[in-house]
Design a protein around this ligand. Structure first.
Ligand SMILES: *Cc1c(COP(=O)(O)O)cnc(C)c1O
Length: 846
C-alpha cells in the first residue's frame, strides 16, 4: 500500500490563537493555570486525550471552539496566562552572559509532563527538572535525547496482582514536539555508522520555556526495520540495541547539534549512556583541525562534565569486547591509536584483556569534571572508582558531588503553590534562584497550611478510588467488589506512601515483615494508618514483580484491602497526587544503594514528612525537625539481619513518634506540632533541594569553568591543548625517571604549636624543568603509628636550587595541629592549562 500522509491542524478562532503556542511549550507543565485553559475547553476531551494539551486542541469540536472564543471570562483568563508566558520568555534571568557557546546536556530520558512519555523514572524526572530550571535561569543549555516511538512500558496489574506490560504507541503529531527542518523545508537528518550500516535519524524539538530539547528519531522509511526500532523503546531491546542507542545518542547527538547550527562548547553526560560523545568530539577535531589524538583529547577533556548515578558496581554499563569489536573496529584507525589503546579508554585496568568496556570509565576518562548526585553518593563513587587513580588518596579522587534537586513549581501542588505565592510574593515565581523566600514559611497560618494539605489528601483518596475502580473493572471483578472501591482509604486517616521502582534493594515490603504489628496499626479504631504503594518493576525483574504481588496478596489475605492500596502505573501524574497528598513519605533502601532519590524532596516541599533510611539525599538533609530517620546510617553484611533490625526500628518510629504526633490534636482539631514540622521541612528542603540550587551548583562548579576553558582552548588556533598534549607527552616519557631522593626537615622530636617547620626535598627530574611538576608537602596527623596521614594538608614546595641533575624544593609550614604529626612529599603534573593535576597514572610518592 502506498499511503500519503499529511497533518491536519485545528482551526482556531483568532482570539484562541495563543492556545496553540501555549500547548506546544512545556512551560505549561509547571503552570497549572495554563493547563486549566485546556481542561476548561472540554473536560471529557481532556480526559480522553490523556491530559495532553496538544491532543485536546485537536479533539475539541469546532463548535465548542467557536463557543469558547465568545466567552469573555475564558478569553480574559487566556490573555492573562499568555501575558505571563510572554513575560516569562522575555524576563530577566539569573544568567545574563553570552549565549553563543552552549552546554549540551545529554540524557537517555526526560520526564517533564504526562503528555510526553519519554521517561521511565528518577533519571528522567531529573533531566526534565534540569531543563525546566535551566529555562528559568536563562542558562545557555540545550538538551539532547530520544523521541521514543513507545517510550517506557505501561504497568497493568492482573487480578492476581501480577505485573504485565503494554507499550502504547506515541503519536507525536499530537505531542508538543516539532520536526526540525532545514533548507527547502526538508527534515534535518544525521547519520551514524552502525557496524558498516548507515543509520539515519531526524530531529524533533521540544520547547521547554526558553530552552530547547532536541530528540533523535530513527523511525523513518529510509532505515531498515531494525534500525527504525533503535528509538522504539526506552531501556527495551537487548544489549546490542543499547549499544546502537548509545552510539546514536553520543555520536549522533553531537552531529545533530552541528546540523542544527548549535555549537556544543561544553557537554554534560547525564549518566554514562552518552559517553561515546567524547570520541565523536575528538574525531571532529582530528578531521577538521588535523590534531592528533592526544591534542584532541586535551581539547575535549576540560569542557566535558560527567554525572554518575550508579552506586553499585554492577549497575555500571559494560559492553563485551565482541560487541565493541563489531561496532568500533574502525575507530582506532580514525583516532590513530591501537585497538588495545582504544579498549583501554573503557577499562579500569587499561591493558587487562579480560575486562569488558565500561561506559562509566570512558566517561570519567574524557571528563575533567565528574560528580555523584548526593554527598554520600560522592563518597561512594570516589571509593568505587578509586582504582582509576592508583596512589591517590581517597578523599582527593576528583569526583565531586552535586546533590539532586526538584523543580518547585512543577512539584509543589497547585493548591499549595497558590498559598505560597500569596505569602512569598511575586518573587517566588519571578526570581526562583532567590531561595530565601522559603523563610517566609513562618508567616503562613497553621489553619491555612493544614487546610491546604487536607485538601490534597482528599484529592489523593478520590484519585486512588478511581484508579482502583478502573483496575477492578478491567480485571472483570464483580459489581460488589467494584462498589467496595468506594470505601477504599479514608480522607482523614494518617496516610503513608511508598512509591518507587520495585527493585528488591528498595524493600517495598519492609513494613509487612511483622504482619501482626502492622495489622494492629492499620486496624486501630482511634489512630489508624493507611498505606498506598505504587511503582513499576523492571519487566525482567521477577523478584521485583513478586514483591508487588506479595503486597496485594497481603492486603487480601488479611482483609485490609481498604487500608493497603497498590496503585498501578506510577507516572508523573500519579506522583503529583502522592507526593502532595500523603502525610508521610516512606523510603527504605539498603544503604548506600540509593544514589539520591528525588521523590522525597517533592514530598518535603509539599509538607509531606519523610520517614527514611539515611541514604541518598536524606543522609544530608535529615534532622529531627524535618522528619524521621530509620536507623542511624548503619551498613550491614547480613541482609536478613538488616531487614529485621530496620523493620523493627520503623515500627518503633511509627508507634512511638509518627502516629502520636499526627493524632495529637488541639481543641481546634489541628495537629500543631505536626504542622510546625511541615513548615520547618518546607522551609529547609525548599531551599536546599530546589533544582535552582542544583543548577547554580552545576553552573558555578562546572558549566562556567568549562565554558571559560572552551574560550581559552579555541584561542590562537587551539594553542593551549596542543601545548598541553606536548607537555603530557613529555611527562609520560620522563615520569618513570623522576625520583624523590631525600627529604630533610628541621623537625625536633617535640615541637610546639606555632613553631615553623622547613622541609627540603631533593628530586631527580630527568628531562623535566623544575616548574613542570607540582612537588607537594603532604602533612597531617600521623595515623596507625606513622603508617599513614589523616586529614592531610598539602603545601606546594618551591624550587630553591639545583645541584647537578637534582632539584632542591623547599617549603615552610607552621605546626598548627597537636599530637603525632607526619609528612611526606609527592609529585603531580603541573601545567597552567590543566583543570586539575589528578591525571590517571601520574602521582609519585617519596
Ligand atoms: C520523582 C519520580 C521518580 C524518582 O523518585 P525516587 O525518589 O528516585 O524514587 C520516579 N518516578 C516518577 C514518576 C517520579 O515522579
Amino acid at each position: 500500500m502506498n499511503i500519503s500522509t499529511y497533518t491536519v491542524k485545528p482551526k482556531l478562532p483568532n482570539s484562541l490563537k495563543p492556545l496553540e503556542e501555549i500547548a506546544r511549550n512545556l512551560w505549561l507543565s509547571w503552570n497549572f493555570d495554563a493547563v486549566e485553559l485546556f481542561i476548561r475547553l472540554d473536560y471529557d476531551v481532556w480526559l480522553s486525550s490523556h491530559q495532553s494539551p496538544v491532543r485536546t486542541l485537536g479533539m475539541v469540536s469546532q463548535e465548542r471552539l467557536v463557543e469558547v472564543a465568545k466567552d469573555d471570562s475564558y478569553i480574559a483568563r487566556l490573555n492573562e496566562v499568555y501575558t505571563r508566558f510572554l513575560k516569562y520568555k522575555k524576563g530577566e534571568t539569573w544568567y545574563r552572559g553570552s549565549r553563543k557557546d552552549v552546554v549540551a546536556y545529554f540524557s537517555m530520558e526526560y520526564g517533564m509532563d504526562v503528555s510526553l512519555p519519554i521517561y521511565s523514572g528518577g533519571l528522567g524526572i531529573l533531566s526534565g527538572d534540569h531543563m525546566k530550571t535551566s529555562s528559568d535561569m536563562g542558562l545557555p543549555l540545550v538538551g539532547v535525547g530520544f523521541l521514543y516511538r513507545q517510550g517506557y512500558f505501561k504497568q497493568l496489574l492482573n487480578a492476581d496482582g501480577y505485573q504485565q506490560e503494554s507499550y502504547p504507541e506515541n503519536d507525536w503529531y499530537n505531542m508538543p514536539v516539532e520536526l526540525k527542518t532545514g533548507k527547502n523545508n526538508e527534515p534535518v537528518k544525521i547519520t551514524v555508522d552502525l557496524a558498516g550500516r548507515q543509520a539515519t535519524a531526524q530531529v524533533w524539538e521540544v520547547k521547554v520555556g526558553r530552552s530547547s530539547l532536541f530528540l533523535l528519531d530513527t523511525n523513518i522509511p529510509e532505515n531498515a526495520p531494525d534500525i527504525r526500532n533503535i528509538t522504539a523503546t526506552l531501556y527495551g531491546g537487548d544489549k546490542e540495541t543499547r549499544m546502537q542507542q548509545e552510539i546514536l545518542l553520543g555520536i549522533g547527538g553531537i552531529r545533530a547539534l552541528r546540523a542544527l547550527g548549535v555549537n556544543p562548547a561544553a557537554t554534560h553526560m547525564n549518566e554514562g549512556h552518552a559517553a561515546f560523545l567524547g570520541l565523536e568530539r575528538v574525531r571532529e577535531l582530528m578531521s577538521e583541525r588535523h590534531f592528533n589524538f592526544d591534542e584532541a583529547r586535551e581539547a575535549v577533556w576540560p569542557t566535558n562534565i560527567f554525572t554518575t548515578h550508579t552506586p553499585v558496581p554492577a549497575g555500571n554499563e559494560r559492553f563485551d569486547i565482541g560487541l565493541m569489536e563489531k561496532y568500533f573496529r574502525s575507530w582506532p584507525q580514525i583516532l590513530g591509536i591501537s585497538w588495545k589503546d582504544f579498549l583501554s579508554l573503557g577499562r579500569e585496568r587499561p591493558y587487562d584483556d579480560s575486562e569488558t568496556f565500561c561506559m562509566t570509565v570512558l566517561a570519567i576518562k574524557f571528563a575533567a569534571y565528574a560528580n555523584g548526585v548526593a554527598a554520600l553518593h560522592g563518597v561512594v563513587s570516589r571509593k568505587m572508582w578509586q582504582n582509576l587513580w592508583p596512589g591517590l588518596p581517597l578523599n582527593e579522587i576528583p569526583i565531586d558531588h552535586v546533590t539532586n534537586g526538584v523543580h518547585p513549581r512543577t512539584w509543589v501542588s497547585s493548591n499549595m503553590v497558590e498559598l505560597l505565592d500569596r505569602y512569598f510574593g511575586p518573587h517566588f515565581e519571578e526570581e526562583p534562584t532567590d531561595l530565601s523566600v522559603w523563610n517566609r514559611m513562618d508567616r503562613i497560618s497553621d489553619e491555612e497550611l493544614w487546610r491546604t494539605h487536607e485538601r490534597r489528601r482528599e484529592r489523593l483518596v478520590a484519585f486512588a478510588r478511581e484508579r482502583i475502580r478502573d483496575n477492578l473493572k478491567r480485571n472483570g471483578a464483580v459489581e460488589r467488589r467494584i462498589a467496595q472501591a468506594e470505601d477504599a482509604l479514608s480522607p482523614y486517616t494518617l496516610t503513608l506512601a511508598f512509591a518507587r521502582r520495585f527493585a528488591t534493594y528498595k524493600r517495598g515490603n519492609l513494613l509487612l515483615r511483622d504482619p501482626e504489628r502492622l495489622l494492629k496499626l492499620l486496624k486501630d479504631t482511634e489512630r489508624p494508618i493507611q498505606l498506598i504503594f505504587a511503582g513499576k518493576a523492571h519487566p525482567m525483574d521477577m523478584p521485583g514483580k513478586e514483591l508487588i504481588r506479595s503486597i496485594i496478596h497481603f492486603a487480601e489475605q488479611h482483609d485490609v484491602t481498604s487500608r493497603i492500596i497498590f496503585l498501578e502505573n506510577y507516572d508523573i501524574s500519579m506522583a503529583h497526587y502522592l507526593t502532595s497528598g500523603a502525610d508521610v513519605w516512606l523510603n527504605t533502601p539498603r544503604r548506600p544503594m540509593e544514589a539520591s532519590g528525588t521523590s522525597g524532596m517533592k514530598a518535603a516541599m509539599n509538607g509531606v514528612l519523610n520517614c527514611s533510611i539515611l541514604d541518598g539525599w536524606w543522609d544530608e538533609a535529615y534532622n529531627p525537625e524535618v522528619g524521621w530517620a530509620i536507623g542511624r546510617g548503619e551498613e550491614y553484611e547480613d541482609t536478613n539481619l538488616q531487614d529485621e533490625i530496620e523493620s523493627k526500628a520503623l515500627y518503633d518510629l511509627l508507634e512511638r513518634e509518627v502516629i502520636p504526633l499526627f493524632y495529637q490534636r488541639g481543641r481546634d482539631g489541628l495537629p500543631r506540632e505536626w504542622i510546625r514540622r511541615m513548615k520547618t521541612c518546607m522551609k529547609q528542603i525548599g531551599q536546599s533541594m530546589s533544582s535552582h540550587r542544583m543548577l547554580m551548583d552545576y553552573s558555578n562548579k562546572f558549566y562556567f569553568p568549562a565554558l571559560k576553558n572552551y574560550r581559552r582552548i579555541v584561542k590562537d588556533d587551539y594553542a593551549e591543548p596542543k601545548a598541553l598534549a606536548a607537555y603530557m607527552g613529555k611527562l609520560r616519557q620522563a615520569w618513570d625517571s623522576i625520583k624523590i631522593q631525600k627529604i630533610e626537615s628541621n623537625a625536633k622530636p617535640i615541637m610546639q604549636r606555632g613553631d615553623s617547620l622547613t622541609v627540603t626535598a631533593r628530586v631527580e627530574l630527568g628531562a623535566l624543568s623544575p616548574d613542570e611538576v607540582l612537588v607537594e608537602l603532604y602533612h597531617g596527623s600521623a595515623s596507625n603509628h606513622g603508617d599513614g596521614i589523616e586529614n592531610a594538608n598539602r603545601a606546594e614546595m618551591r624550587s630553591v636550587g639545583q645541584e647537578g641533575n637534582v632539584v632542591v624544593y623547599q617549603v615552610r609550614i607552621e605546626c598548627a595541629d597537636t599530637g603525632l604529626q607526619g609528612h611526606t612529599v609527592r609529585i603531580l603534573p603541573k601545567h597552567p592549562a590543566l583543570v586539575h593535576p589528578y591525571r590517571t597514572g601520574f602521582i609519585k610518592w617519596a
